[in-house]
Write a protein that binds this ligand. Sequence first.
Ligand SMILES: [Fe+2]
Ligand SMILES: [Fe+2]
Length: 286
Amino acid sequence: MKIIAHISDPHFGRDIPSVCKGLLDELNGVTAPKPSLVAISGDLTQRARASQFREARAFLDQLTAPYLVVPGNHDIPLYDVFRRFGDPMGRYEHYISKNMTPFYEDDEMVVCGMNTAHGHTIKDGIVRPDQLATVCEQFALHPKRWKLLVAHHPFVIPRQVDDSYLVDGAAGALPSLVAVRVDMILTGHLHVSYAHAPDAAGYRNDDHSVLGVNAGTCMSDRHRGEPNSYNRLEINGDMVTIINRQWNGTEFIDGPEKAYRHGRGAERLIKVAEVTAPAVPPTTPA
Ligand SMILES: [Fe+2]
Ligand SMILES: [Fe+2]
């Protein structure tokens, strides 16, 4: 079995230290089985300040599992207009990574990242054609494994969420991602997980479907009616179980989960089980 810990929106500068420590224990195998990969879908910092990036770098350096990271809109300076337009990714590249299309593979899965952040507007994202082509080329090379895309801005959203939050270019990109048989798109930005949605967000055409998996804010106090949480994706043969692990003020515990099995054609991922859990209220820092 392979485990992906999907974390998002830590927002160093607005992080809650106790949750940060609890999350490190989860990711490093102390309080939960150690993941095969930690996928981090952006907004590492609150305002793209050097001090916040240094905290993010220190966090990444404490991870003992492989990780794949992409930037979010908050990782581009907002008020520093010179940097925002002249060198928007400079600090991210200096402290975190120069690779805007990171890649991970093992014998069961292929995971690609894509940078959807830009500095032209405050919070919107965009799909860049060159990056879309790069990740599609990678996915096309691996026909038989699970394929996951990691990006900050959502490509698909549940019905109850305003579609203005969709990344610009989603409608054009989804057919390309479906054509190379991407199974799941892991995103953040909303600070809301899809765990409580009546059904997962997705996109399908006549012969394939892709599942949208969103993560809440893993450790910041920027709550949107949910506790801090992250997603554990357990891949076991043709099954994937997505468990929303939620911070209850003391530790991360299992929240809602959904299980999917590979089907055929447009029913590529079929929901076969669902576990609901009582809602955990957001906790505020002491
Ligand atoms: Fe965020
Ligand atoms: Fe964001």
